[in-house]
Design a protein around this ligand. Structure first.
Ligand code: ATR
Length: 274
């Protein structure tokens, strides 16, 4: 029976099976890891069937992260504050535990792989949906001086800022005002625009002279934001591939009790396919 899986919709292009197989090889583990496509209406039943038939752990990606959080019996602190889960584990009594490793994975990618120090940075978070909720607290924990949340619909930005509840550090601005709110040291694109094939029309004035720009998505979906960042003169611009590999490592450790080496896996995925 299938022991590990990633649930998403669509799921065909997911890198998670490759990443987990590469981790498993580091430890000589024979891994059964599948990609399972579940439409939103079928997600809960598909997860329950998977765990009932012997599943031990699941990764969860778009659009199921909130549903995964909701169906779990216990939730990590990171999952609770984000209101979403990217990892499910089966407890000894058969109930499910929800985890969210997205924010920790992003910060580790930035600070350890890319050697960036976020402390004291003024940070701009574009978007206030599930992805933004997954990273906002971790940016604050990593020591950014301020977190400015800007979302196309302002209500969602207010919801996130209120949930953080630290008005001295985390506050909102209007999307319409992006051209007049000055520049930032760190700009995180947490919108789904790239995934949806839409280009954000962002002013270059947002990019400070030593700015670091990061897109939570990877590959083609991150292309337009990273091109904008480099054109605007950002010091560095990264997509979220490293975050994906780091979050996978956290899931792997939860399930297998061993910490994989993410470096070579990231390296091989960032090379163009042979
Ligand atoms: P995810 O889990 O990827 O965050 P989501 O919860 O649906 O997905 O959130 C999508 C985010 O991308 C939202 O912040 C959304 O803005 P709205 O709240 O105004 O919808 C943002 N977004 C999507 N397409 C966008 C676009 N073309 N321009 C600006 N923001 C966009």
């Amino acid at each position: 029976s299938t022991q590990f899986a990633v649930f998403g919709h669509p799921i065909g292009h997911s890198l998670s099976p490759r990443i987990h197989q590469a981790f498993a090889r580091q430890f000589g583990i024979e891994l059964d890891y599948r990609a399972i496509d579940a439409a939103p209406a079928d997600f809960i039943a598909a997860v329950q069937r998977f765990f009932a038939e012997g599943g031990r752990g699941a990764n969860v990606t778009l659009p199921h992260k909130a549903a995964a959080f909701a169906l779990a019996a216990t939730r990590s602190e990171a999952a609770s504050r984000a209101g979403s889960a990217n990892v499910l584990t089966r407890l000894p009594d058969g109930r499910l535990a929800a985890h969210n490793t997205d924010g920790a994975g992003m910060v580790r990618d930035l600070t350890e792989r890319h050697d960036m120090d976020l402390r004291g940075h003024t940070a701009l978070l574009l978007g206030a949906g599930g992805a933004a909720h997954g990273v906002a607290w971790n940016l604050l924990d990593a020591g950014v001086a301020t977190l400015t949340i800007v979302n196309r619909s302002p209500e969602a930005a207010d919801v996130l800022a209120d949930a953080i509840g630290d008005p001295a550090r985390a506050h909102t601005r209007y999307w319409e005002d992006l051209a007049s709110i000055g520049s930032y040291d760190l700009i995180v694109n947490a919108t789904s625009a790239g995934v949806l094939g839409a280009a954000l029309q962002l002013p270059f004035s947002l990019v400070g002279s030593r700015a670091l720009c990061y897109d939570l998505s990877y590959g083609a979906a991150a292309g337009s934001f990273l091109t904008w960042a480099r054109t605007a003169g950002a010091r560095s611009a990264f997509d979220g591939l490293g975050m994906l590999v780091e979050t996978a490592a956290d899931a792997f450790e939860l399930w297998h009790g061993q910490r994989p080496d993410t470096g070579p896996v990231y390296q091989s995925l960032s090379q163009p396919a042979a």
